[in-house]
Design a protein around this ligand. Structure first.
Ligand code: ADP
Length: 256
């Protein structure tokens, strides 16, 4: 699939002068800037999500909520699609939702696109609103697979503050750096994804290794973390995902 709107172009193809041409592109003072290390951005995009109404919180009380974490190319997107099909869950794929938003051509979309092409994190407010809007648009769903979340501790805490509950489980796809780079580079060639080129992949890896670590500790302490070794064949990895879900479904008393 060829993605339009410059998605097929790696940020390393962009001349430095073009990259910094904020005012000409109408970005002006709101052009996001990298602040220091670890994939964080300073921008005027919202840092907190909109609060939910009591009725909305009530709707999200009972369905299963599964967070799926892992570095670029670890295979979480593929497995989430399979799990969503098998169990009738709603797949909330953040990368995919953000790419749709980035293609809109709005100022917000342009900013998101720039952040993603650099392999940095989109501000938390946008992420939480996207997740909540998507979940609330599927009121009949008995489960949600939130793929690519949380990527930093503040996201985990904001989710609990806004939605009013933690997830039921957090799956972490564990993969070596070599495997992730190889898979992501291959995907970049096949799908022409602009953020699957070497500089952006390396930035995403750095973000993953630095910002996700405290998130793992946070959920480990709550006994919610489930490690999935993701080096094997896709069907073996899928079997492990299913056993995590099924142990949970037994707990929750929900049919498979
Ligand atoms: P991958 O997980 O392979 O890096 P995704 O398609 O899931 O790919 O995400 C692509 C990009 O979308 C990330 O590099 C980041 O810029 C953005 N993104 C996705 N999820 C989040 C999140 N939870 N918080 C902030 N940014 C995110």
């Amino acid at each position: 699939m060829i993605l339009l709107n410059g998605w097929d172009r790696c940020p390393c193809d962009v001349e430095p002068s073009q990259e910094r041409s904020g005012p000409e592109r109408g970005w002006g003072a709101t052009t996001p800037r990298v602040v220091g290390r670890m994939g964080l951005f300073k921008s005027k995009l919202p840092k907190t999500g909109r609060p939910l109404r009591p009725k909305e919180k009530e709707m999200l009380k009972s369905p299963l909520i599964i967070f799926v974490m892992g570095g670029p190319g670890c295979g979480k997107g593929t497995q989430c699609k399979n799990m969503a099909t098998k169990y009738g869950f709603c797949h909330v794929g953040l990368g995919q939702l953000l790419r749709q938003e980035a293609q809109r051509g709005t100022r917000r979309g342009q900013k998101i696109r720039e952040i993603m092409l650099r392999g940095l994190l989109v501000p938390t407010g946008i992420i939480l609103d996207m997740i909540n809007d998507k979940m609330l648009s599927c009121p009949e769903s008995r489960g949600f697979l939130i793929d690519g979340f949380p990527r930093e501790l503040i996201q985990a805490k904001e989710f609990e503050r806004i939605v009013g509950r933690p997830p039921d489980v957090v799956m972490v796809f564990d993969c070596s750096m070599e495997t992730m780079v190889r898979r992501a580079l291959h995907r970049g060639q096949v799908e022409h994804r602009g953020d699957d080129c070497e500089p952006a992949i390396l930035q995403r890896l750095e973000t993953h290794y630095t910002l996700c670590e405290p998130v793992f500790t946070f959920y480990q302490q709550k006994n919610l973390l489930r490690n999935i070794l993701a080096e094997e064949a896709p069907e073996n990895i899928f079997a492990k995902c299913c056993s995590v879900i099924e142990s949970l479904q037994r707990l929750e008393g929900v049919g498979g």
